[in-house]
Design a protein around this ligand. Structure first.
Ligand SMILES: Nc1ncnc2c1ncn2[C@@H]1O[C@H](COP(=O)(O)OP(=O)(O)O)[C@@H](O)[C@H]1O
Ligand SMILES: [Mg+2]
Length: 269
């Protein structure tokens, strides 16, 4: 099936929007460049069911971050429709941007509480709950540390905890573990699986780690180079989270890598 066919087979009828946590329908985005518009998304469509975790993997620069920014309502597409539970995305989405997103002048606790402050003053009870989460999620003793005093893994836990505490149904995570070394990353993948059990959410996870997507997601979408199209959809048979070395994960990982490699060859030759 060609990438275009994979993409056009999907968009659901109008009434389907509210059944899904997220619907992107025929999204077009291009950025102005001196030599003319630079197309990043051309008719990109995606539906994510309530409670589903969807992984997006694809080559660097294909438009993954752009997809999340559109879904978060931070970037308005030239064409196409964005619906979060049938409505515009504003106020319904917790978005963890790529890179280090903590406020350097606030403590770890202050950063986490920032998620609650957007909805109004934080009650003593909410503050107490946030403190309990620090110990539950392996951050005990670091409540009053500033981001510069924390390891990369700790900083990402704080950033993720903040995203979970925002109490938004839809969680958009842009390479949340991308900057970590392999061991820390594996530990945080387990941590993230546990956090998702504790805070059930609809998730879109962008990652360049194919195994990570296969461990944590219900469905993994393999994207083409820019303008991003959905090349393949992988649905593991077993429920998430999956054990790291499982034969299923390893087999699917090779399938995803081969889909990515084929596309890369297609582009160059
Ligand atoms: N604000 C912007 N202005 C101009 N070009 C942009 C902007 N944001 C992204 N791009 C370009 O769009 C393409 C896709 O970017 P992005 O969505 O960040 O890709 P990915 O996250 O898959 O690496 C890249 O070539 C990038 O340089
Ligand atoms: Mg990106």
């Amino acid at each position: 099936m060609s990438p275009a066919a994979a993409n056009t087979s999907w968009p659901p009828a109008e009434g389907e929007s509210s059944k899904n946590a997220l619907v992107l329908r025929e999204i077009h985005v291009s950025f102005p460049r001196p030599d003319g518009p630079f197309p990043v998304l051309r008719g990109f469509s995606l539906a994510v069911a309530l409670g589903e975790a969807v992984g997006l993997v694809g080559p660097s620069g294909c438009g993954k971050t752009t997809v999340l920014r559109v879904a978060a309502g931070l970037l308005r597409p030239e064409r196409g429709e964005v619906r979060v539970r049938g409505k515009p995305p504003r106020g319904q989405v917790a978005y963890l941007p790529q890179g280090d997103s903590l406020l350097p002048w606030r403590t770890a606790l202050g950063n986490v509480l920032a998620a609650l402050e957007v909805d109004g003053p934080v009650s003593p009870q909410a503050r107490k709950t946030a403190l309990e989460l620090f110990s539950r999620f392996g951050l005990s003793g670091f409540e009053r540390s500033f981001p510069r005093e924390l390891s990369g893994g700790m900083r990402q836990r704080v950033a993720l905890l903040r995203a979970f505490l925002a109490r938004r149904e839809l969680l958009l995570l842009d390479e949340p573990l991308g900057a970590l070394d392999a061991l820390t990353r594996a530990a945080l993948q387990d941590w993230l699986a546990e956090a998702l059990r504790f805070f059930p959410r609809t998730v879109v996870l962008v990652t360049h780690d194919v195994e990570e997507a296969l461990l944590l997601c219900d469905r993994v979408l393999v994207l083409s180079p820019r303008p991003a199209q959905i090349l393949r959809e992988i649905r593991p048979a077993t429920p998430r989270p999956r054990p790291r070395g499982s034969p299923e994960v390893q087999t699917l990982r090779l399938q995803v890598l081969s889909a990515l490699a084929q596309q890369a060859h297609g582009q160059s030759g």
